[in-house]
Ligand binder design. Structure first.
Ligand code: C2E
Ligand code: MG
Ligand code: MG
Length: 871
């Protein structure tokens, strides 16, 4: 299809669409223009040519104008169902005009009289224009139909009566049709549903008035002095109309109020009751929007607002700032009963209408016993040609009073309290961690800022602890997220247990917690709390039916050397990072030098990366000795980083970094392969007492699925017998006390290698897991060896570990023996093996080889002695 075709095909539809795109007022304006054009055409054509009058009594145009004006000012509204029918006595004026005035006089009288009445009634310009246009059109059509029906008869007989009836019918019908079209155009949808009813009511009223008019005309024509007598039935009818109307209105208002109050009292859900009430009010007053806003007790900064809009859109109890309705609340607070808002208005009320997208509105307060508890607003009277009037406001005010009483009767207070609780919960949720209930990051940052600003006024010290759980990921990965969550909740409880009531505990996310300590004496106070926290976390936690061990690294910073909150938080974070780098499970107080240290650590990371790629590592060996014979039975492989710039770097400085980066996997593989190769070589060279090789495994390596295969490959490639290999695991591996860990250990064990538990007693010591694990050797941590011989308590502890090993059928080895008495005492306690500077420091393979040679010589000598001097 070509472009032009589309335009042609679519032109009819697009005209309708563009008409729809106009606002109601614009459509009505177009319609008025159309009416005016019709009037113009009729006036220039047939009306102008119409016969002036049928009777010889002549009324001037201004009398007709006065009659029309009076008739329009004394409108009688009759309400039927939800429709308002307005009767005016204008048919009377029309009839007298048709009979006794010229067409020009009639139409001029109609235009001028009706316009004056409309202006007097304060109608909008649009409505005046519409009414004048439609009245003029109806009057023109009435003139034409009257003269057509009268057929040139000039006397006031039955023919003229008939013509008058026809003209009044045409007049009433034209009015009704014009009004229906205007309402349809203004509201954007056809409003002809009840047209027949309105039409019949109008015709009835019109004919009644016409008969009255004819009687009046006859009297005027034949007995003018009796005209006054007509005033009595006319006034009587008018009073009867008004009385009926006001009764009807009262009845309808009562019915509406009764329904509204029933809704409020009987709808069990408060929110639902409010919505139904709003809908009811919206329909009753033909308003586009209805809203109700409550002022929660004790907090006048917000409002709880429910609203219904034209297309059924609703919003329920939304928290909005009270400033949006402050101007109204202030007026009601000062005693105003209700407000009818329509231009012209004071600027602040006009602003309110504009801000809420309203042309006009009615607002009434909801008054409680002691205060204004809220307000109810109806906005935008539907239909551009009408607006709210004082009658509406009075009824609306009564509705608001009824609503206040019904709502206040126990339900409002209670419901508002519930809503307030809900609001409090929402606020709490926004600032608290849902899992642990601790403050969240944003609340914590806020509190720190507040604490620092208080310090500016009143010098004191505050401290921040950053707490990061060590190896939490392992728990999550092996026991599942639910268990991880339980652990976090338990940690939160323990952290809180270490704090004073005024301190703030927070969860910053993941496994990161933080504490704000206000008004402390100095960094020592913060360090004491950090010590309490690390200690409290050491006790195992029951999670998913298992006892899980958790440790945390804590960084401490105080307000002493900062001014800004984010600096304080950054310092605590740095200190925590350093605590982790220093081997985890400890706390560190921030020092300015840490900034440089962190930078160094970052540099070191990339250096380590390069070193791994280049293979800048070597392995040193430290012997294990049999404590009863003193003989060297095995060596432990200890990695060294030979950094071209910094020289030899010890593992304590880079293992955690290697674990963090994952480089430990390739470093560990290298150490294992090298150690196996070296051990196999030494075994071949010194076969008489085959030396065992002990290799450290990091928990990170332990997580790797290929660990067992890697060990098997290393053994195979080197030719080392599995029974000569010992793998040292740390208690960190036991964080994941799971089937997976035990499975891997069993797999390693089934290769034939032995498993040693390194640094036993320093970590997550739990006797229960020890029983379940396939461990061959317990290495007693240096910490329990150091005080041996000096502190009886320490010896007792070492003795307990030895006893435990014996019970569980494990060998025991004491690490870090530096003095002969330690070796003696440990031997006396039953410990079988020892390692430490007292025997030998870790050394390169070449030095180790010399020791092994010496051992071989010693062995050879012993054998020679045996041979020379048999026992
Ligand atoms: P570890 O496995 O407990 O090794 C013993 C550490 O204690 C060694 O430190 C050793 O030099 C030191 N040591 C031994 N006897 C004494 C003593 O009498 N007094 C004192 N003060 N220290 C003594 P090193 O070589 O610096 O290793 C430190 C830690 O680094 C090791 O502790 C081990 O956990 C880790 N490590 C070393 N090599 C490796 C490796 O190849 N892989 C893994 N994953 N970790 C390793
Ligand atoms: Mg070790
Ligand atoms: Mg050790």
């Amino acid at each position: 299809m070509r472009r032009g075709d589309t335009l042609v095909v679519m032109s009819a539809g697009s005209a309708t669409r563009s008409l729809r795109a106009l606002t109601g007022a614009a459509r009505v304006r177009l319609f008025i223009a159309g009416l005016a054009a019709c009037v113009g055409l009729l006036w220039l054509g047939p009306v102008h040519a119409a016969h002036p009058q049928i009777a010889d009594t002549s009324l001037p145009w201004w009398v007709i104008a006065v009659l029309f004006c009076a008739a329009d000012l004394c409108l009688v509204h009759v309400h039927l169902r939800r429709d308002a029918h307005s009767f005016s006595m204008s048919e009377l004026a029309l009839l007298l005009g048709l009979l006794f005035a010229s067409p020009a006089g009639l139409i001029a009288g109609q235009v001028i009289g009706s316009t004056l009445a409309q202006v007097k009634r304060g109608q909008s310009r649009l409505k005046i224009a519409f009414n004048v246009a439609q009245f003029t059109l109806s009057a023109s059509l009435a003139v034409l139909s009257f003269h057509a029906a009268a057929g040139g008869v000039a006397s006031l007989g039955p023919r003229a009566w008939f013509a008058a009836a026809v003209a009044s019918t045409v007049y009433a019908a034209t009015n009704v049709i014009c009004v229906s079209i205007a309402i349809s155009l203004s509201e954007g949808k056809a409003q002809f549903g009840r047209l027949h009813l309105v039409l019949s009511m109008s015709l009835l009223g019109g004919l009644t008035n016409t008969s009255l008019g004819l009687v009046a005309a006859t009297v005027l024509r034949y007995e003018p002095s009796a005209t006054w007598l007509l005033m009595v039935p006319a006034a009587g009818m008018y009073v009867a109309y008004r009385a009926y109307n006001s009764e009807r209105e009262k009845h309808e208002s009562l019915e509406f109020l009764y329904h509204s109050t029933r809704i409020l009292n009987e709808t069990p859900e408060f929110e639902q009751a409010v919505l139904t009430l709003l809908n009811q009010a919206r329909t009753m007053f033909r308003a586009e929007t209805a809203a109700i806003a409550f002022v929660p007790p004790g907090d006048d900064s917000v409002l709880l607002r429910s609203a219904v809009g034209c297309d059924g859109e609703t919003s329920l109890m939304q928290v909005v700032p009270a400033s949006s309705m402050r101007v109204l609340l202030d007026r009601f607070g000062a005693g105003a009963t209700s407000l009818l808002l329509k231009a012209p208005l004071e600027p602040e009320l006009m602003d309110f209408l504009d801000a809420n997208g309203m042309r006009d509105a009615m607002v009434a307060p909801l008054r409680g016993e002691t205060r204004v508890v809220g307000l109810i607003v109806l906005g935008n009277r539907l239909g551009d040609v009408t607006t709210f009037d004082n009658e509406d406001v009075r009824l609306f005010e009564t509705l608001a009073n009824h609503a206040s009483i019904a709502l206040e009767n126990g339900r409002l207070g209670q419901s508002l309290a519930q809503l307030q609780e809900l609001e409090r919960q929402l606020k709490h949720q926004a600032f608290h961690d849902p899992l642990t209930g601790l403050a969240n990051r944003s609340l914590f940052a806020d509190r720190v800022s507040l604490a620092l600003s208080r310090i500016e006024r009143d010098p004191q010290i505050c401290g921040v602890l950053f707490i990061d759980l060590d190896d939490f990921k392992t728990v999550n990965d092996t026991l599942g997220h639910a268990a991880g969550d339980q652990l976090l909740v338990a940690v939160a409880h323990r952290v809180l247990g270490c704090l004073r009531p005024g301190d703030t505990g927070a969860r910053l996310g993941g496994d990161e917690f933080a504490v704000l300590l206000e008004d402390i004496a100095g960094p020592e106070d913060a360090a004491r709390v950090a010590a309490r926290v690390t200690h409290a976390l050491r006790l195992p936690v029951q999670v998913a039916g298992q006892s899980v061990h958790v440790r945390a690294s804590v960084g401490i910073a105080t307000s002493l050397d900062v001014t800004a909150a984010d600096e304080l938080l950054r310092n605590a974070d740095l200190a925590m990072y350093m605590a982790k780098a220093d081997g985890k499970g400890r706390f560190k107080l921030f020092e300015p030098s840490m900034r440089a240290a962190v930078v160094r650590r970052h540099e070191m990371k990339s250096d380590l990366q390069r070193a791994t790629a280049r293979g800048d590592f070597s392995v040193h060996y430290q012997p294990f000795h049999d404590l009863s014979t003193g003989r060297l039975v095995a060596v432990e492989a200890l990695v060294r980083w030979n950094c071209p710039e910094r020289g030899m770097i010890y593992p304590d400085s880079f293992i955690s970094l290697a674990e963090e980066t994952g480089l430990i996997i390739s470093i560990g593989r290298y150490v294992l392969q090298e150690a196996c190769r070296q051990a196999a070589l030494w075994q071949r060279r010194f076969p008489d007492e085959p030396l065992s090789m002990s290799v450290n495994l990091s928990p990170v390596q332990f997580q790797q699925p290929g660990l067992v295969a890697m060990v098997a490959d290393s053994l195979k490639a080197s030719g080392l017998r599995p029974c000569s290999l010992i793998l040292e695991i740390t208690e960190g591996v036991m964080l994941q006390d799971s089937e997976f860990t035990i499975g891997v250990l069993n797999d390693l064990r089934s290769l034939g290698v032995r498993i040693a538990m390194d640094d036993f007693g320093t970590g997550y010591s739990s006797l229960s897991y020890l029983r379940r694990l396939p461990i061959d050797i317990l290495k007693i941590a240096k910490a329990f060896v150091d005080g041996i011989g000096e502190d009886p308590g320490v010896s007792a502890f070492a003795q307990a570990i030895v006893g435990l090993g014996r019970t569980l059928n494990m060998q025991t080895l004491a690490e870090g023996i530096e003095h002969p008495w330690q070796a003696r005492e440990l031997h006396a306690l039953g410990c079988e093996l020892g390692q430490g500077y007292y025997f030998a420091r870790p050394m390169p393979a070449i030095e180790m080889e010399r020791i092994l040679e010496a051992r071989q010589d010693e062995l050879d000598g012993t054998l020679a002695e045996v041979i020379a001097f048999p026992a």
